[in-house]
Design a protein around this ligand. Structure first.
Ligand code: GLC
Length: 815
């Protein structure tokens, strides 16, 4: 392959790198192999039957914990394997894969036991292999692929969700800051969208996740790679027949996942880097946020207006203007003369309040937090030992050195005290870290020991870690809620992510669809974009269409920039408000389903918002489909992406699908044109699903423990078994870990005309539990009676009332 023309992409130029060409020695180890090459060592460690880790030392020494991403001992699971040697190579063989270490020339390939490729080292035009090449602390590797192959993942990336054909940089970036983006927009041809940081193709973004999937065409099998390295990285997928991974520093540590199925790969990746923690239930409600110089009366009035206008809402957010001169952990006393009183009244009205906390601490001798930071010696330093100073909202600011335990603990204490004053969660922004017009590179870590590059991409992860640990130490029973702008692999353990400063534009509405799905398959399940758009003025139609789909994304927050037109649910008149209310109410009614999807995510790592390729990877039609997604396992959402649209094309994957609005049952594996009148976007339920819903949308989830939960049964067209789940617990504490929950699994079996729903329950319940009945609503058939545990139940109120206070049952009916 030839290098992309210089100036076109900021990726590393690797022509002069020194390739490792020959392996000198190989010995077996308890987990695989240890080889000597080029005065370094290469280690092959089996992590599982289908996951292998490859490491190369520097100076003969291995970095055993290169980043804070991995949170488990990767070699703790037993693996059976054997080693076979022949003249050219040494092979490590498990029941699922063969790792081949070729000796001369050196290359490293992984195949599944059926011979299909997982990774294969690429050779250049001169036939030289690039398994590993290094220069001045950076390294690169090249792998084979086919032009038709697809690439997914890499977390928060712009553009199409199939990454093939483009190059990416991993460097956490404050996208709207022209100083930080200048190097990435420079040198682009006029008209190249990557030269415009407001375009939906700009790269890099706020979050770096060095994990991606490579899908082989036409087989549809997936392999994946996670390079555990926090330095600046480049992932180049623009060449036809190879891809290239390069990092600007640190060691080469790669986890290679043989797949071939995406859900299992994601399960393994999130076993290594952790899973989204079970969120508090209220965090799944509707969030109202705006950057605005509110007074406390104005905040309370917004709360009241949601109640008066019958718009469910759980959380109100305070952006930077609540602070005294943008000093973190302070209140502006003029605008908020009685913050505790305001918080108490809002709490009585069912609201949680979240405030923004940026890492930048105002450089201001006499300001307690600044003085404390200096005294405890927990700020980042420069090489010469000065406190590093950047520019954020308050002007000159110091930055906590989150790489040290002391700084994280200090920050955790500050956050805990702040939350204990009556808040429910913390919003972390500017944590790329963003340093305004001052370059970040003089900011060093670990008391000045480590370069900026080493920890830049991990800064937000460490900030969220310190915050979470502080909150849990102070309030061990309470689940935490943190929203972060930046992040790294593993951020899902501590925080949700929003997608930063988007624009009130239709192309940005779409961007959130593809980006949210990319996040989901990269381990971060708790994601959402600023609904309505952050920068620029929203308008009635855009806002309406955004709310209709934003209420069906994992994190659901309306947010906009100061100086823009109002973007409240009521801001665009009654006709829009009425439809928006229906959208928010649908989300609230679906909360038992959404919550259960989050619990699954916390157990398995699977996404809540999922691109179709996640569940249907062997259907080649979905490879490039990124304008619709599944919300949980059973709802298919097709947002409206254009103004004036009266219909849109939708692809229904295999199975059958119930049109949510008309009840029509449609066979899958085909495209259709769905009407999109203003009051709805296309939404479908999977045939075979049992979707739990609340009968009415409450104004807030606070103290909402209904006596009846609806079970919407979507009768499948074909015979078969389908599994669904409902998890109920207090939604606030960790008591469910000890069994204080009802975890109900529904097995729906269709056999000819007979449909049975078998419900089995785990858990022993919890004090607030109040359910006395399920209300079974059948879709796709109209049985006049249902037999429940042998007794006949006749229809009432469009369904079947089944007394139930947490026990299993069997319901059957004829269709
Ligand atoms: C950043 C954030 C945005 C916030 C603003 C003011 O631009 O991304 O969400 O409103 O700062 O704090």
């Amino acid at each position: 392959m030839t290098d992309p023309p210089k100036g076109e992409s900021p990726v590393l130029q690797t022509d002069h790198y020194i390739r490792f060409e020959r392996v000198d020695s190989v010995e077996e180890t308890p987990r695989g192999l240890l080889a000597g090459l080029h005065r370094e060592q290469l280690r092959v460690d089996l992590v599982a039957d289908d996951v292998v880790r490859v490491k190369i030392s520097r100076g003969g020494v291995f970095d055993e914990s290169p980043t804070f991403a991995v949170c488990t001992d990767p070699l703790s699971r037993p693996v059976e394997f054997r080693v076979e040697r022949d003249e050219d190579r040494v092979r490590v063989i498990t029941s699922s894969m063969v790792v081949s270490l070729w000796l001369d020339p050196f290359r490293l390939d992984v195949h599944r036991t059926d011979g299909t490729p997982v990774v294969e080292t690429a050779a250049d035009e001169q036939g030289r292999y690039w398994a590993y090449a290094t220069l001045n602390d950076s390294f690169t590797l090249r792998r084979r692929c086919r032009q038709e192959d697809a690439v997914f993942g890499l977390g928060e990336k712009s553009g199409r969700h199939n990454r093939k054909g483009r190059d990416f940089t991993l460097w956490n970036t404050d996208v709207l800051n022209e100083h930080e983006t200048a190097e990435f927009t420079a040198g682009k041809e006029p008209g190249d969208p990557r030269g415009d940081r407001t375009s939906v193709d700009f790269d890099p973004f706020y979050v770096s996740i060095p994990f991606f999937y490579h899908q082989s065409y036409p087989a549809g099998t997936m392999a994946a790679s996670f390079v555990d390295n926090g330095y600046r990285g480049s992932y180049e997928f623009s060449a036809k027949d190879e891809y290239r991974i390069s990092f600007a520093g640190g060691q080469y540590t790669e986890y290679i996942f043989a797949g071939p199925d995406m859900p299992a790969i994601l399960g393994d990746y999130t076993w290594l880097t952790g899973r989204t923690a079970p969120p508090p239930l209220w965090a799944l409600g509707y969030h109202q946020c705006r950057w605005f110089d509110y007074s406390q009366e104005a905040v309370e009035a917004i709360g009241k207006r949601h109640r008066d206008n019958d718009i469910p809402c759980d959380a109100l957010w305070l952006d930077i203007e609540y602070m005294d001169g943008y000093r973190v952990f302070t209140w502006n006393k003029e605008r908020f003369p009685d913050a505790p009183g305001m918080l108490a009244r809002l709490s009585d009205d069912g609201y949680r309040v979240i405030t923004i906390i940026d890492p930048g601490v105002k450089f201001d001798p006499g300001y307690e937090v600044f003085d404390q930071g200096l005294e405890r010696d927990v700020f980042c330093k420069t090489e010469g030992g000065d406190t590093y100073i950047g520019q954020v909202w308050p002007g000159n600011t110091a930055f906590p050195d989150f790489v040290t335990e002391e700084a994280r603990a200090w920050w955790g204490e500050l956050n805990a005290a702040h939350v204990q004053s009556g808040l429910a969660g913390i919003w972390n922004d500017m944590n790329e870290p963003a340093t305004g017009a001052i370059r970040a590179n003089a900011m060093r870590f670990g008391n000045g020991k480590y370069s900026h590059e080493r920890y830049h991409n991990q800064y937000a992860l460490l900030m969220a870690m310190g915050t979470t640990e502080g909150l849990l130490k102070a309030m061990p029973e309470q689940r935490t809620f943190i929203l972060s702008r930046a992040g790294f692999a593993g951020i899902q353990r501590y925080a949700a992510n929003w997608m930063g400063d988007n624009f009130s534009r239709w192309d940005h509405l779409w961007l959130g669809v593809a980006m949210g799905s990319g996040f989901g398959i990269s381990g971060q399940a708790f994601v959402g974009a600023d609904i309505g758009g952050f920068a620029g003025n929203s308008n009635a139609e855009l806002f309406l269409r955004w709310m209709q789909y934003g209420t069906l994304t994992p994190f659901c927050r309306n947010h906009s920039e100061i100086g823009n037109v109002d973007q409240y649910a009521w801001a665009f008149g009654d006709a829009v408000q009425d439809i928006v209310r229906e959208a928010v109410k649908l989300r609230y009614r679906l909360l038992p389903y959404i919550y259960s999807a989050f619990i699954r995510a916390s157990e398995t790592g699977e996404p809540v918002q999922r691109p179709l390729v996640f569940d249907h990877q062997y259907d080649a039609t979905v490879r490039d489909l990124d304008d619709q997604y599944l919300f949980g396992t059973d709802l298919l959402v097709a947002p409206v992406l254009e103004p004036g649209a009266t219909s849109r094309q939708v692809y229904l994957p295999a199975g059958d699908w119930h049109d949510w609005h008309t009840g029509e049952v449609l066979r899958g594996s085909r495209f259709l044109v769905a009407p999109t009148p203003m009051d709805r976007i296309p939404l479908y339920a999977r045939g075979g699903a049992v979707i739990p819903m609340w009968a009415q949308a409450p104004a807030t989830t606070k103290e909402h423990h209904p006596e009846v939960v609806e079970l919407h049964v979507f009768v499948p067209l074909a015979d078969g078994t389908h599994t669904s789940r409902l998890v109920e617990d207090d939604g606030l504490t960790f008591a469910a870990r000890e069994g204080a929950c009802y975890d109900t699994t529904f097995n729906l079996i269709r056999s000819g005309g007979a449909v049975t729903v078998d419900a089995s329950v785990e858990g022993r319940g919890y004090p607030e539990f109040a359910r006395q009945a399920f209300h079974l609503v059948v879709h796709g058939a109209s049985p006049s009676a249902v037999t429940v545990d042998g007794a006949e139940v006749v229809a009432t109120e469009g369904g079947f009332r089944i007394p139930n206070a947490g026990n299993g049952f069997r319901a059957s009916f004829e269709v």
